[in-house]
Design a binder for this molecule. Sequence first.
Ligand SMILES: *Cc1c(COP(=O)(O)O)cnc(C)c1O
Length: 383
Amino acid sequence: MLKEEHIKKINQYKTPFYYYDLQILQKTLDVVKAESYKYNYHVHYAFKANTNSRIIDLIQKNGLGADCVSGNEVKCAIENNFDSSKVVFAGVGKSDDEINYALEKNIFCFNCESLQELDVINELAAKQHKLASIALRINPNVDAHTHKYITTGLEENKFGINPYEFETVIEKLKHLPNLKLIGLHFHIGSQITDLSPFKKLCSRVNEINTYFLNKGFDLPIINVGGGVGINYHEPDKHAIIDFAAYFKVFNNFIELRKNQELHFELGRAIVAQCGSLISKVLYIKNGINTNFAILDAGMTELIRPALYQAFHVIENISSKEKNTIKYDVVGPICESSDCFGKAVELPETKRSDIIAIRSAGAYGEVMASRYNLRDEVRSYFSE
Ligand SMILES: *Cc1c(COP(=O)(O)O)cnc(C)c1O
């Protein structure tokens, strides 16, 4: 349950809105830094998880790099004082304008996802008289065992370059003088709660790293992406994931050469638990088999449940009722998928009660839309 100090604050504002506990975010960053610095690992924050300016400002002040998947994310990172030498840019469909902008800003690395993209970056870099640093985003064919919409490392997924294309890539690079291959990049999916897919990833990375060395490429950067999952069921008990165990897997299983740096791109695990979507109950509708609690927030504010059946803890933070009842907690949008949870056990709930939907700091506010001409969602902070 959200703490009393937060509830007091929350009660001052008009719903719906995102509420961010910056203390949780800072504590999370402290653990990320402590655990990754043990091994001299480099951590980039995956911008797409949350680009709220207070959030990215705090992350920047803690010295993380930026992992971007669009030109506007690169721009956002640079305008928010992330050092361009710590900005990486991935994405299967980078447009010419996006590539040009990133070249102008001399970002650290393009994570390239196809053979054709190599030609395009080379051509645009030549026009700017630049040498573009690139890493190959490799599809390692490792199953992340997560929801099918957020698995990215299988051959059937659109992401990355496949191992059968390596020879062609190596041949191609000989004729692309404005590209400098500096590393290998991987990202196998998101919300991965079991560490074993990361062990498998390590062994694939080792094979591929050796393959490139044997072909004459002694690459300084290995980037293993992000994707480590959080506990959506117990947001208070597990506010911060076990980063020690996560980084240790890589330390144990990845074989880096002396000159090689290991990079990570973490999104969800950094920002998910610091955010809650706060909403008010507009109506209670009692049916024969199902009771509905109809909120003033919906899939327009938080689309994860509608988009990939995501689970979020739902709390009635204003009720003192002892008696509990099951509700389908739904939003006001004209779509049946606009449902935050089915048969959710809540204290007996009435109109105007305040509801907190927890663990909404990642892929929440950033995915908000104005469908149904809804107002843009607001945000407030613990301090
Ligand atoms: C989304 C994404 C990440 C971050 O994923 P999380 O599950 O939020 O940690 C990292 N790298 C790339 C390339 C991504 O697309």
